[in-house]
Design a protein around this ligand. Structure first.
Ligand code: AMP
Ligand code: ZN
Length: 113
């Protein structure tokens, strides 16, 4: 837990979010600034600053985020989607609590800008 972390506050229910799924370990909610018709985030409730902070102990947790993210994507009506984890400012990370973006519902370009 990190007192001043935005996503910890969302996980604790201190800041509202448009939640799509929640259990003891993870939470999924719509991105406040969607970059595609479907754009949501999946986070662990426990604070990790980003992908580089993940250790062997979190392997199962990250796999669970992926599996639940896929289930939610299907419920949202998309079976083609992009999964993004940003690690570090240069990669575009702005919130330093690990989060998995799932985006879909439009054609995606590669490589990303
Ligand atoms: P990143 O740039 O990978 O760190 O992604 C952070 C994402 O969090 C961005 O896509 C933001 O639009 C999103 N975001 C920021 N604040 C909120 C919020 N209060 N609720 C939902 N999504 C948010
Ligand atoms: Zn946090």
């Amino acid at each position: 837990m990190s007192d001043n972390c935005l996503f910890c506050k969302i996980a604790r229910g201190e800041i509202p979010a448009d939640k799509l799924y929640e259990d003891d370990d993870i939470l999924a909610f719509r991105d406040i600034s969607p970059q595609a018709p479907v754009h949501f985030l999946v986070i662990p409730k426990k604070h990790f600053s980003g992908p580089a902070a993940i250790t062997e102990a979190e392997e199962q947790l990250i796999g669970r985020m992926m599996r639940k993210g896929n289930e939610i994507a299907r419920k949202e009506g998309i079976d083609h989607y992009r999964v993004v984890f940003n690690n570090g400012e240069q990669a575009g990370q702005t919130v330093f609590h690990i989060h998995m973006h799932i985006l879909g519902g439009r054609n995606m370009n590669w490589p990303p800008g």
